[in-house]
Design a protein around this ligand. Structure first.
Ligand code: TRP
Length: 453
């Protein structure tokens, strides 16, 4: 079984595919805002600290479980746990995957719609009009659902082509395109008059703003941005070869992810500051604030403004798509192996369920009469909350305890050092992080989120 298992074809492809999972909406709509408002370069330093001390060890842990288990997330945890209750972490990961796909696909669908809307010049108008356009569009019953289905079908078409011919190939196309587009937008944005203030806002270190809340915010962001806590990384790692250097790979992926996040800030703040608009975060930043920023920043060069706006939504769609592919693959690999069905069937099953969850999410935003609410929140907000604030940190926490304390140290060390072929000088540091630093810090984020500390 292990020999038959698909593998990524090259190291470059493997890093791009995994980085594709990590680089997503989180990098673009949340990181810049958090950095700008929480001390600029000081926040970025704290963030990098969180990535090094928590993100990378947790990522390596998922790598180890995935490569050792050489199967989908649920089975990988089951194998390593010898059937004890630890196996449920893997099942929880697959479930979390379904829930995240649901709302993530809705937002990705909005990005697709906005490519066409900006190309058709529909986003031109005063701020009130643009905000109204978004509220009306996102609450309408049919269009957003169709876009959600469209992005899921594109994801489906990639996933059914398998690991090498689908996921790896798509990542090799999408990720370099994403970089080029992002760099183009950074250059356009930083050349605007008055853009220096935006660069300063993002990068000027202000250590007085860094308090425990900022620290915990950075931690949560690092987790979400690196796709940790539900088995995305674990599933991809099951396609790694025995020669893949896990530490080195985790460092590369984190570097790419952090670089994209900082570049996203250098794209958003300079243009926003040049026209005096205060940027926010989340959907309102991307779908309400930025269309106006682009419009006003390039009033003298309307064609450039027009192109920048289209390119921006293409960039967002690509970032969201590669993350969706990884989420889809977690669930597809599960059905494929657990029910022994073909990849096509497994993927179809996942796509259909994801379309239903996505449609419910989308409809919950506009149709209060349908009562699509869970605990008083719309399905969309509830899924975002339950996954991001509860299931992901919980999954990461349990994974650290599992790997740090339950899985035999020999297995962990063999994986870390590629069966003794690498020196593994940092193994001790890694193990210390996984055993103590990560669980304690994740616990703190958790308690902080519920206002206990
Ligand atoms: N990391 C992605 C982003 O920054 C989102 C994502 C994809 C994710 N797969 C995940 C988050 C798995 C947590 C777990 O947008």
């Amino acid at each position: 079984m292990t020999n038959e298992r698909a593998k990524f074809g090259s190291r470059f492809g493997l890093i791009l595919a995994t980085a594709g999972s990590a680089v997503g909406l989180g990098n673009i709509w949340r990181f810049p805002y958090m950095a700008g408002n929480n001390g600029g370069a000081a926040f970025i330093l704290v963030y990098i600290g969180c990535v090094l001390l928590l993100g990378i060890p947790c990522m390596i842990s998922e790598f180890i479980i995935g490569r050792e288990g050489a199967s989908n997330t649920a089975r990988a945890y089951t194998k390593l746990s010898n059937g004890t209750a630890w196996k449920y972490i893997g099942f929880m990961g697959v479930l979390t995957g379904f829930l995240i796909i649901g709302y993530y696909a809705v937002v990705a669908g909005w990005c697709l719609q906005y490519i066409f809307a900006s190309a058709a010049g529909e986003l031109q108008g005063d701020p009130k009009y643009v905000a109204g356009y978004f509220s009306e569009f996102s609450a309408s019953p049919v269009k957003p659902v169709l876009w959600t289905v469209a992005i899921l079908v594109i994801t489906h078409l990639v996933v059914i082509r398998g690991v090498r011919g689908g996921i790896e190939k798509a990542s090799k196309m999408f990720m370099p395109t994403l970089f080029v587009l992002l760099l183009g937008l950074v250059v356009a944005s930083c050349n605007l008059p008055g853009s220096g203030a935006g660069v300063e806002f993002l990068l000027k270190p202000d250590f007085s703003k860094v308090d425990s809340g900022v620290f915990l915010g950075a931690l949560g962001q690092a987790f979400y941005s690196l796709s940790i806590g539900m088995g995305c990384i674990c599933t991809y790692a099951s396609y790694f070869s025995r020669r893949t250097n896990l530490l080195n790979t985790a460092v590369h992926i984190s570097l790419v992810d952090t670089m994209v996040a900082v570049l996203a800030g250098l794209m958003i703040f300079p243009s926003a500051f040049s026209v005096g608009i205060a940027p926010d975060s989340g959907p309102s930043l991307i779908f309400m604030t930025l269309p106006n920023v682009f419009q006003q920043a390039f009033t003298h060069l309307p064609l450039v403004g027009y192109i920048v706006s289209i390119v921006f939504y293409v960039l967002l769609s690509l970032a969201a798509l590669t993350s969706l592919i990884s989420l889809h693959e977690v669930c597809t690999a599960f059905f494929l192996e657990e029910f022994r069905i073909s990849r096509l069937r497994g993927a179809t099953f996942v796509t259909v369920i994801a379309c239903v969850v996505g449609a419910l999410c989308s409809l919950s935003l506009g149709h209060t009469d349908l009562q699509l609410t869970i605990f008083g929140k719309s399905v969309f907000d509830a899924l975002d909350f339950v996954t991001g604030q509860i299931l992901l940190p919980f999954g990461g926490f349990l994974t650290c305890l599992f790997l740090g304390w339950y899985v035999p140290k020999k297995i962990v060390k063999d994986q870390f050092t590629n069966w003794g072929t690498l020196r593994g000088a940092l193994f001790g540091v890694y193990l210390f992080c996984v055993r103590f630093v990560c669980p304690i810090c994740i616990m703190l984020i958790f308690l902080n989120q519920f206002g206990v500390i």
